[in-house]
Design a protein around this ligand. Structure first.
Ligand code: ACO
Length: 304
């Protein structure tokens, strides 16, 4: 799998921890020490579709410098759990709004915070050589947030990330594992989460999937140049890094600025890493997600 363009977009409104403490009984000190989160972005006029569209336009613009035109897109997948409407799918509306070809597959995918990983794996499976896909993660989690529940409302934010991808002969490996369990995390009207149970699930799952995907790609853990994990909580990433025996600096983190944006968090982080020049040709990168389902998934690829 080759990523030929990345983009991202977040709402204008920034919500600080100080502002959170005017809504629920919390403090900047508690939120930073337990999660690493300092601010998050909240949609006001923005929607899942408008954020996805803005991120996708940037990814398509980046891809155009590699000679890929909108007319080359053969597939659109939007990973989301917070779309405003169940139907039409965001991907279908984006296909129209972005002026993409009509005779292509466009659909949404929900695997909670692992959604972007599942969408990339799906794209890799469906694309034929020479075809390209637009893969997006976009969320307005604030529409699903219970602002009376201090243990969850401080965690979430809104945003979107997108990539243009094409299959390639270069090494690409993926693993996923799923455990049907709605006790730790479920979304009906609002996100309902047992934070400790999610934490207990997240760390070993992240460690196992990173180990497995590197083994599948036949590379040693210490040969990985950059790991981009789902940005849920700095403590989860720190614990995983420690168990893997890898320096924390190898783990890209931007959750301090955005909080947990579910399916958007990995492509949003990937776009920032790319634009910061952290990935060069030949860099080995692992993307790893975990979340409601319970779901998890990891991808190992060589940057081209
Ligand atoms: N401000 C102040 N105090 C709080 C807050 C808050 N925002 N939230 C909870 N507390 C209190 C609790 O009431 C409790 O008080 P008590 O001891 O008097 O009962 C105390 O802090 C400790 O609560 P814990 O829940 O044990 O705190 P913990 O250290 O486990 O941190 C947290 C909670 C941050 C939610 C942690 O469990 C976590 O990060 N879990 C993983 C969550 C996650 O990653 N979810 C997303 C993955 S899935 C997805 O992305 C949709």
């Amino acid at each position: 799998m080759k990523i030929v363009g990345t983009g991202s977009s977040v709402p204008v409104k920034i919500m600080t921890n100080a502002e959170m403490s005017t809504i629920v009984d919390t403090s900047d000190e508690w939120i930073v020490s337990r999660t690493g989160i300092r601010t998050r972005h909240y949609a006001q006029d923005e929607t899942v579709i408008s954020l996805a569209g803005a991120a996708a336009r940037r990814a398509l613009e980046a891809a155009s410098t590699a000679g890929i035109d909108r007319s080359d897109i053969a597939l659109v997948i939007c990973a989301t759990l917070s779309a405003e409407r169940r139907c039409p799918a965001c991907a279908c509306l984006l296909q129209r709004d972005l002026g993409l070809p009509e005779n292509i597959l466009a659909f949404d995918l929900n695997a909670a915070c692992s959604g972007f990983i599942y969408a990339l794996i799906t794209a890799e499976s469906l694309l034929r050589p020479g075809q390209h896909a637009l893969v997006i993660g976009s969320e307005t989690l604030t529409t699903l947030t219970d602002f009376t529940d201090r243990s969850s409302c401080v965690l979430f934010g809104d945003g979107a990330g997108a990539v243009v991808v094409t299959p390639s002969d270069e090494p690409f490996s993926w693993v996923t594992s799923v455990t049907g369990d709605d006790a730790p995390l479920a979304v009906e009207k609002y996100i309902k989460m047992d934070g400790n149970a999610v934490f207990q699930f997240a760390v070993p799952t992240l460690v196992r999937s990173i180990r497995e995907v590197c083994a599948k790609a036949a590379i040693e853990l210490d040969q990985v140049d950059l790991l981009i994990c789902h940005q849920a909580n700095e403590r989860i990433i720190r614990s995983a890094a420690k168990r893997l025996g890898l320096p924390l600096e190898r783990f890209f983190m931007n959750l301090a600025n955005y909080g947990n944006t579910s399916a958007a968090s990995i492509p949003l982080a990937l776009d920032e890493a790319v634009r910061a020049g952290m990935l060069q040709k030949g860099s080995r990168v692992v993307l790893a997600g975990f979340g409601g389902g319970l779901t998890s998934g990891a991808i190992c690829m060589e940057w081209q």
